[in-house]
Design a protein around this ligand. Structure first.
Ligand code: ZN
Length: 245
């Protein structure tokens, strides 16, 4: 297995309309401004000589936090979509198919995500560690999820976040073959840990506060829309902080 930092990550980021001195939340979408293209290219050239991968882990667009949500959709996703819509924020959802069994209509949630300007990415069909599978197994995990999204929405997937952040040369090769860009993250406030420990989001909120204070950087933030406290406490607090910065 290669280190997370050796993964190819190409990030497309759009700045939300905002004053230039304001920290703002942003979106990944397919037809947007590429995040600091010159910087990405520079990193690609540097890494190519030492590994199979190309690395860009974070957005180099300062004052930007891209919100990404893994493991859903869940019963809490519709409420999250309401919050994002209310605040004019777009996110990318890295979804599974067999991981969670929401009572809500998944097909309808996926259609709604696209309708409201979000992006759907793949997080594999059943949230397995792909580095434990052979090439055909990896391909099946990605193509099965892709087929479900295509069936439900008519759209193709272009972005992939590996379960557990684990990748190896086979995962990269399959992603290249399928035309997927691998997207990791630069902020992980471990929302799942606090959500499972009772839902007190003070510590994750404080982590975001630190990030927002350093507005010279851009970030890709990892969250999970599978927890009520993330949807109801963490994300509204982050949006409030960003709006006040
Ligand atoms: Zn996951």
């Amino acid at each position: 297995m290669i280190a997370v930092k050796d993964v190819i990550v190409v990030v497309l980021v759009k700045m939300r309309q905002a004053r230039s001195d304001e920290v703002h939340l942003s979106a990944f979408t397919e037809n947007l401004v590429q995040c600091d293209k010159a910087s990405i290219d520079k990193q690609q050239r540097r890494k190519r000589s030492t590994s199979a991968g190309v690395v860009v882990e974070s957005c180099n667009l300062s004052k930007t936090i891209a919100l990404t949500f893994d493991d859903g959709p869940s019963d809490y996703t519709p409420e999250l979509l309401d919050t994002l819509k209310l605040n004019g924020i777009h996110a990318i959802f890295f979804i599974n198919w067999e991981n969670w069994k929401p009572r809500v209509d998944v097909d309808e949630i996926l259609k709604r995500m696209l309708r409201e300007g979000h992006t759907i990415g793949s997080h594999a069909y059943s949230h397995v560690d792909l580095t434990q599978l052979d090439v055909e197994g990896i391909r099946a995990q990605l193509t099965k999820l892709h087929s479900e999204v295509k069936r439900a929405t008519g759209n193709d997937i272009k972005y992939f976040r590996p379960p557990y952040g684990n990748v190896n040369d086979n995962v990269i090769a399959v992603c290249k073959d399928l035309g997927y860009q691998i997207v990791l993250w630069s902020i992980d406030v471990e929302d799942y840990k606090y959500a499972e420990a009772g839902g007190d989001m003070s510590a994750p909120i404080a982590e975001f506060k630190k990030a927002l204070a350093d507005s010279s950087k851009g970030y890709i933030a990892l969250q999970h829309d599978t927890y009520k406290s993330v949807v109801e406490n963490l994300i509204p607090a982050v949006i409030n902080m960003a709006n006040q910065t």
